[in-house]
Design a protein around this ligand. Sequence first.
Ligand code: SF4
Length: 373
Amino acid sequence: MNDLRIYIHIPFCKSKCNYCDFNSFAGMDHMFRPYFKSLITEIALYSNELRGRRIDSIYFGGGTPSHVDVQYIYQVLKCFTFDENTEITIEVNPGVVGYHNFVQYRQMGINRISFGIQSFNDRILMYMGRIHNSLTAINNIHECKEAGFDNISADMIFGYPKQTLEQYEDSLNVLKSLEIPHVSCYSLSIEPGTLLDEMVKKNVMPMPDEDLDRAMYNLSIESLKKANLQQYEISNFAVPGYESRHNIGYWNRDEYLGFGLSAHSLYNETRYSNTEDLHQYISLLNKYEKPVVHTDTLTKEEIITEYIILKLRMNSGLDIAHFQDKFDLNFEEKYGDKLKTLVNTGLLYKQSDSYKLTRSGMDVANKVFVEFV
Ligand code: SF4
């Protein structure tokens, strides 16, 4: 049987950022204990699925996993059997983590830290409603290294209202000077219902400029390449050997089990979603019922569509021989006309036996993907 991946959602944060629409709560620290009790019950309910499967990666995401006491993380990690090659990541946020956390994370087997940095410009961080400033972030990264971590990732946001190209470039330069081997750069999307959405609607903040957003994206690719951070997916860059195995697993459609509030799973070609309601999550698990509220068994066509979209996200692209092996179908015959159009319009190219997004294709990736839906 293939290896399995595990995602664990920790939905608590110290405060809510202005642009955030994730399922995360601030001011709910009193719910830590019941939440983790439920989480451990949920994992126990999946003992059949976990039995005999090697776990290749475990990912604590959020929310802010570093906002909860390290002991809670340890209690969850103890539920799984993993080996020294398992990639174990925890997301941390500057200002909500310190040297002692990093030491304890290492002691319990965590070997990869993913920082929510977003920017090294204090004004932009303030506009974002982040609780940290650039100095805190830099200090935390140094502490993380002092504690012995070398597999470190940083998330950055570009295209934020009032953010200039120069400010973004400065942030990338600070990041590069810190010699972090993995970076994710995300274009801001203004989500309905967020404080930022309200601010833009009330003209307190301007709408982000689309051309500037694309210029920042291209700058990310060029600037990070100079520090040997090679793009391996639309939004992800790594020094070779430091790519996120967990995320590559998602893009390869590896099976994974997600635990916690609003977590998703892909198991046996079925997608499962947990409830997004914290109280429902806890009350279902108090009754030893799985908190799954949506189940979608994928048809062959849906699996093919997912496969194409996820493979094209990666710079390695879609290998037509692998497609043939997997689906017993000829990719070029099935999508001949669409492929021709996408290649002719400069959005896709063929290299050896793989189709890949061009740089322009990455700019409008969703437009390309929709062709295969
Ligand atoms: S720290 Fe992350 S999850 Fe928490 S509110 Fe900010 S953006 Fe959202």
